[in-house]
Design a protein around this ligand. Sequence first.
Ligand SMILES: Nc1ncnc2c1ncn2[C@@H]1O[C@H](COP(=O)(O)OP(=O)(O)OP(=O)(O)O)[C@@H](O)[C@H]1O
Ligand SMILES: [Mg+2]
Length: 321
Amino acid sequence: MNNRPIELEVTNLCKYFDAGKKRKLKAVDDVSFVIHKGETLGIVGESGCGKTTCGKTCIGMLPKTAGMVKYKGKDVHSMSKKERFDFTGKVQMIFQDPYASLDPHQKVYDIIAEGIRIHKLAKNQAEEERMVLELLDMVGLNAEHAMRNVHEFSGGQRQRIGIARALAVDPEFLFCDEPISALDVSIQAQIINLLMKLQKDRDLTMLFIAHDLSMVKHISDRIGVMYLGNMVELAPAAELYKKPLHPYTEALLSAVPIADPRASRERRKIMLTGDVPSPVNPPAGCRFSGRCKYVTEQCMKVRPELKEIEPGHFVACHLHK
Ligand SMILES: Nc1ncnc2c1ncn2[C@@H]1O[C@H](COP(=O)(O)OP(=O)(O)OP(=O)(O)O)[C@@H](O)[C@H]1O
Ligand SMILES: [Mg+2]
């Protein structure tokens, strides 16, 4: 059990988008979780299941439809201007695509210094320069890189610049939205290791979104699995791998590559059949019911609640009472 204070508290959060003709696209539908100080919560799920929308709504980048998000006890959707300004200094984001999220014609120095200037964190020019160089060093770049334009850098290097930019304001909370998906596999582990080191050194709290379960295991303390706007399972990372309870988690796990070719051959890969249904018109009952091999009549009628089946292990599935 985590005894540290709750940093982010998300309760019954809903985020719907307008889908025309009075219909709603339920991108996030009744999601609840907490993240403790210094903890990393990973969120995984297929494309379109609502991960980014959930994260952006949690840090107030998107208005909510219903529910509540509190950061250190404060409602992130009803902050005063001053509170909002302080919040943007404490909560930072690292984006999926380091090519799209950084202006290619800007100098690395200015990108990193921007937050320092906005939040007036340096007393003078000399201190600003010292801070920028320190940040570059922290992410494995050097002074020589500072005056170059972003377009001269590779994807991995750009992501390092994005991380330095996020850290410039000395944040407490990082929202990482698939920060390695756009990078070469060989670079992915480097960026994960860097984030893990920074997280530990600075006691950061993190919400870390990933497509699949292969990388997220190493960085997460706990992992939440999303399916079509719902959180279907939430457990400590090792526990989720050892003992997945939701049929969807089981299927996701069976797709994670294993290094040992023999173990990989012997493992049964679970193929998901059927398409992901539309979040505009999601199935009644369990949203996974149409693709689940254990489906019962109850699953198609009654939506299962996320329940704690074992200490700290939550699942929303009628198979588990
Ligand atoms: N601004 C928007 N307006 C309307 N619909 C949106 C908007 N943003 C997201 N959606 C829809 O909400 C659902 C969830 O999208 P979201 O981007 O949160 O998924 P995701 O899990 O992050 O997917 P990916 O893995 O591809 O990044 C999708 O059906 C998407 O089309
Ligand atoms: Mg996304």
